[in-house]
Design a protein around this ligand. Structure first.
Ligand code: ADP
Ligand code: MG
Length: 701
């Protein structure tokens, strides 16, 4: 059905082809319907008019009523600008414009009364406003102007240059709303959901979000629109997860047998933590259910995820299946191989390693063993295992450090199988719960929220690179007490020669500083077998200090290392700093993390270092990270790229609403798994429409 909402924005009076292009490119607004989906960021109470003498520094947008008494052009070339002096009788305010100077010159009239809207900033003791919006007040009795709430829309610089100010946008929206009758803003949620959730209708919500009668009613309108947005997001995920479980039955691991039990009673070198036990139980329940398991295991660095993986793989073996453990780096794959072989040879489990290092005859032997089932557990990197390995019967695939993999790769791994294995993905990147629900919404989530006993929190100190005495002292002390040290340099792009030079220079300096100790060096450009050798020497204690790039960031486990020095710590993000720090503090003794920086730090960098020194709690760090950077940047969420074009809801601030939307979506899908209940038709139609128009959504389904 053709609707006004589908009309091209270009034909709206006041738009035209040029502005249409700008709207399209800046806000992805193509139709009138899209325009109505650009919601105000905030509202200015138009009845509130401030005076210049009451302005203060922390004020956001304010309205002032007064006159311009002077207008001049200043500067030249790139500094050219218009400046004006504005007064309301209580003081003076400077106004500045950096572009559209001609238009300003033409339109601004001296000694005329204007209603000014802008954000005052304090500069050299007096206030000024850049790019104020000016509304000529022709008629002092123009009541309406001073009584309504004024919506403020997000405007980009380019929009401003085309005259698309917040004010103009508000005018366009209001013109459209006046024309539309109620039937033209149709409901998109089934009646029963609107009723049950106590929401206002879509028509009312959209009208009043743009033109509220009072501030008090805004939250109700927002609730409706946010719920709708989050609901469809969750419905998409729930629907996807459901169709997968209908499609894929899973192997049923009915028994716990001698591999598991012998390992548990005779080999396990420590008591499992309560959290490890709980998670193993959750996994047992999943793999015993006859449905394919898709479980995400989140556990902070050092919380002991590997052991959970080992015990889960033993359950697969007990039921006559093979298992695999996939790692994101060669170093980590090799380490897993060493750990697994050491632990599992005692119960007769055969483990093999497949990386690009394993070549020729050795490689053939591994592939043969995997194919005929004489290899029970295969570990390796994703690149290798994803290729052409043919298992006899793979029952469980564990994927370590999942944040390195995108969703697409995750599914590729099991698509090769006719019958999919159970999947356990593990990550140490703590993701705030609401995000996990969305990014990994189709997975069940287990959390290890407890560290093995006796761990002392890592002491984190900020040191300045120009004053390294404290650092040198500590490193020396620790090594003399039998411990080892990591020394990490940032290489942002590993393939840049210059960065490598930095590392080599750093290596030289450290050798000079500590002539009595043995120092090794590790970086991504080394040949794989050399990497493995260096790692081995550090592991065995031959090297006291390992100078390295972030290749050791993920998963590496050398419990005897007690100091992590991070050079140029200002160049790392919080998540990365936390991962790196997690390489120490893995034994019972006190460990240290030294963040070395220059003296001059930006405010956010300073805050990052501060947070690192304050806490070792990965979840708290993730929350702070989210606050500092916004969700789009959060490590591990970009690849999944499916959620962050939310128009109105906020991924963390609206957590409770997200929870509500998720519950509702899961209920709907359970009740109507094949989408044929009449009452839901309007909803499935809407979902199909959204999938068609939202490219990112189709990526996961
Ligand atoms: P991560 O969760 O970061 O992968 P690991 O699995 O590498 O952590 O475990 C970190 C260290 O803690 C390892 O040296 C491991 O042997 C040890 N560990 C794991 N579980 C326990 C436990 N229950 N008690 C004592 N030490 C443990
Ligand atoms: Mg690990």
């Amino acid at each position: 059905m053709y609707s006004v909402l589908d009309q091209n924005i270009q034909y709206l009076p006041g738009v035209g082809p040029n502005r249409a292009r700008v709207l399209n490119e800046e806000l992805e607004v193509r139709t009138i319907g899209d325009l109505l989906q650009c919601f105000p960021q905030k509202y200015i109470d138009r009845s509130k008019i401030y005076t210049i003498n009451t302005l203060s520094d922390h004020m956001q947008y304010v309205q002032l009523l007064g006159q311009i008494i002077e207008l001049t052009e200043q500067g030249n070339g790139r500094t050219r600008r218009m400046e004006a002096t504005f007064t309301d009788g209580t003081g003076l305010l400077k106004l500045v414009w950096f572009n559209q100077l001609k238009a300003i010159q033409r339109s601004v009239k001296l000694h005329k009364t204007y209603l000014l809207l802008g954000k005052p900033t304090l500069f050299n003791g007096s206030y000024n406003v850049a790019h104020p919006e000016l509304d000529a007040v022709d008629n002092e009795h123009d009541e309406d102007r001073f009584t309504t709430l004024r919506p403020i829309y997000r405007i980009t610089e380019r929009m401003r240059r085309s005259g698309l100010t917040s004010n103009v946008l508000a005018g366009l929206v209001q013109a459209v709303l006046k024309q539309l009758h109620a039937a033209e803003l149709p409901e998109t949620l089934p009646d029963y959901i609107v009723r049950e959730q106590g929401l206002v209708s879509r028509d009312e919500a959209i009208r009043k979000i743009h033109v509220p009668d009072s501030m008090q009613q805004v939250p109700r309108m927002e609730e409706r629109l946010k719920f709708e947005e989050l609901f469809y997001l969750q419905l998409n995920i729930a629907n996807y997860a459901k169709s997968r479980t209908i499609k894929y039955r899973g192997f049923k691991f009915a028994t716990i047998g001698s591999y598991f039990l012998r390992f548990y009673h005779e080999v396990l070198p420590f008591e499992l933590t309560g959290a490890q036990k709980r998670v193993i139980k959750e996994i047992r329940r999943d793999v015993g259910s006859g449905r394919q398991m898709n479980r995400l295991l989140q556990g902070d660095v050092g919380s002991g995820k590997t052991m959970v993986a080992v015990m889960s793989m033993l359950i697969a073996l007990d039921n006559g299946y093979q298992a695999s453990l996939v790692a994101p780096t060669e170093i980590l794959a090799e380490q897993h191989y060493t750990t697994l072989s050491r632990l599992l040879s005692k119960v007769g489990v055969r483990v093999a390693l497949l990386t690009s290092n394993v070549k020729g005859k050795a490689r053939e032997a591994v592939l043969q063993g995997v194919a005929d089932g004489s290899v029970h557990i295969l570990t390796g990197t994703h690149a290798v295992l994803g290729d052409m390995v043919q298992f006899r019967n793979l029952g469980l695939a564990v994927i370590d450090e999942q944040h390195r993999f995108g969703v697409v790769q995750r599914s590729r791994l099991w698509i090769k199988n006719e019958e999919p294995p159970h999947i356990l993905v593990m990550t140490a990147t703590p993701i705030p719960r609401t995000l996990a629900m969305t990014v990994y919404g189709d997975l069940d989530v287990s959390v290890i929220d407890e560290l093995p006993p006796g761990r002392k929190p890592i002491k984190t100190l900020h040191v300045y690179e120009k004053a390294p005495e404290k650092l040198i002292q500590l490193v020396r002390n620790e090594i003399e007490n039998g411990h080892q040290v990591y020394y990490v340099f940032p290489l942002i792009k590993e393939n840049e020669k210059l960065d490598l030079k930095n590392l080599e220079k750093g290596f030289g300096q450290i050798c000079e500083l500590f002539p009595e100790f043995r120092v090794g060096m590790l970086h991504g450009q080394m040949k794989n077998n050399l990497k493995a050798e260096v790692m081995q020497r550090f592991q065995s204690g031959e090297y006291h200090i390992l100078v390295s790039t972030t290749v050791i960031e993920v998963g590496v486990d050398v419990p005897n290392a007690s100091v992590m020095v991070i050079e140029n710590a200002e160049r790392f993000g919080l998540a990365q700093l936390h991962q790196l720090r997690g390489r120490v503090g893995r034994g019972a003794e006190q460990s240290y993390c030294l963040l070395s920086t220059g003296y001059e730090l930006s405010e956010t960098t300073h805050r990052r270092i501060e947070i690192m020194c304050e806490t070792t709690d990965g979840f708290r760090i993730a929350e702070e990270d989210l606050k500092l950077r916004g969700p789009g940047d959060l490590e591990g969420t970009q690849q999944s790229g499916m959620i962050f074009d939310l128009k109105i809801a906020h991924i963390t601030a609206d957590a409770p609403l997200m929870e509500r939307a998720r519950e509702m979506a899961i209920r709907v899908v359970d009740e109507d798994p094949r989408g044929d209940l009449p009452k839901n038709q309007i909803m499935w139609k809407q979902l199909r429409l959204m999938r068609k128009t939202n490219v990112n959504w189709s990526a996961i389904s």
